[in-house]
Write a protein that binds this ligand. Structure first.
Ligand SMILES: Nc1ncnc2c1ncn2[C@@H]1O[C@H](COP(=O)(O)OP(=O)(O)OP(=O)(O)O)[C@@H](O)[C@H]1O
Length: 279
């Protein structure tokens, strides 16, 4: 063993007797301020994570808070379309990106707003993608934001890990659907959050049921929901169970999600604001 290994190298804080954890957090640009950061996570794609991110932001903004969305779903960005945004974000004299602002005043940054052509596929490897997320946080003008929602890529891979390590995430919301192996998905997300020391603020089950327009009965198309049992097992809040509504898809497709009446999000948004605002 070399002398250096016996005494600990300078790059290894543990061996050198310094047990302070390494801080991987990216810094905000000078003058930027973001008070609370909420990550929206899911086990797989297509369960409605972007919808939940968008609607939570809309309700938070409607409640009078300065709200932003950081679209960290770098390879599958769907936030700009839901808000009818296109084109490219501006850059200020310090080469910082200026987020695009929606009709009601939500600041948004997304890969689709930096590409020359939003139909171009994003064929970047993990480290590049992770770097883009950090730039979205640290090389953007975030003007006095009260609540930022981060639309995470699905799963528990490289990019979610980077987001958790680089951004000061105050809590996550897990989005599931009844078709999934809910218990497993929730446990994976929980384990990841626990390892990263991030609180789970609650679970939202999307596509829970469909209300028939003729008989007004709830139909559980994907079978019975197990979300309450799973949540109770882990001591988590079920923030909402959302219906399947064709109008949601229409609002997203026409870029009018901001003007879609979605009463199911009133209570979850109020609870998240209440939990975090004074922390
Ligand atoms: N409750 C719902 N009722 C009807 N359509 C829905 C509902 N939730 C989501 N959708 C539609 O399903 C599609 C997928 O939703 P969304 O993009 O929010 O999922 P996602 O989890 O973010 O997927 P990805 O990670 O692949 O981007 C969208 O077209 C959306 O409009």
């Amino acid at each position: 063993m070399s002398e250096q290994n016996k005494t600990g190298c300078s790059g290894c804080s543990k061996a050198a007797g310094n047990s302070a954890p390494v801080d991987f957090r990216a810094k905000l640009s000078a003058g930027s301020s973001v008070k609370k950061v909420i990550g929206i996570v899911s086990g797989k794609g297509g369960v409605g994570k972007s919808l939940v991110t968008s609607m939570m932001a809309v309700k938070t903004r409607n409640a009078g808070y300065k709200t932003a969305i950081l679209d960290a779903d770098i390879t599958g960005p769907s936030i700009p379309k839901a808000f009818g945004l296109s084109g490219r974000v501006g850059v200020n004299q310090d080469k910082l990106m200026i987020p695009m602002t929606t009709a009601t005043g939500i600041d948004i940054i997304s890969t689709n707003l930096i590409l020359e052509n939003d139909r171009d596929p994003v064929i970047w490897r993990g480290p590049i993608i992770a770097g883009v997320v950090k730039q979205f946080w640290g090389e953007t003008v975030w003007d006095d934001i009260d609540f930022m929602y981060v639309d995470m890529p699905p799963g528990t891979g490289d990019v979610p890990l980077t987001v958790f390590q680089s951004l000061p995430v105050d809590g996550i919301i897990i989005v599931t659907s009844p078709q999934e192996l809910v218990a497993m998905i929730v446990e994976k997300a929980l384990n990841m959050a626990e390892k990263m020391n991030i609180p789970v603020l609650g679970i939202i089950e999307n596509m829970s049921y469909f209300v028939c327009g003729n008989c007004n009965t709830k139909h559980y198309i994907y079978g019975e929901s197990h979300i309450e049992t799973v949540a109770a097992k882990h001591g988590l809040n079920v923030l909402a169970k959302l219906p399947i509504t064709p109008e949601v898809a229409k609002a997203v497709d026409s870029g009018e999600i901001e003007f879609f009446e979605a009463p199911w999000f009133d209570e979850p948004a109020r609870r998240i604001i209440d939990i975090l605002k004074d922390k």
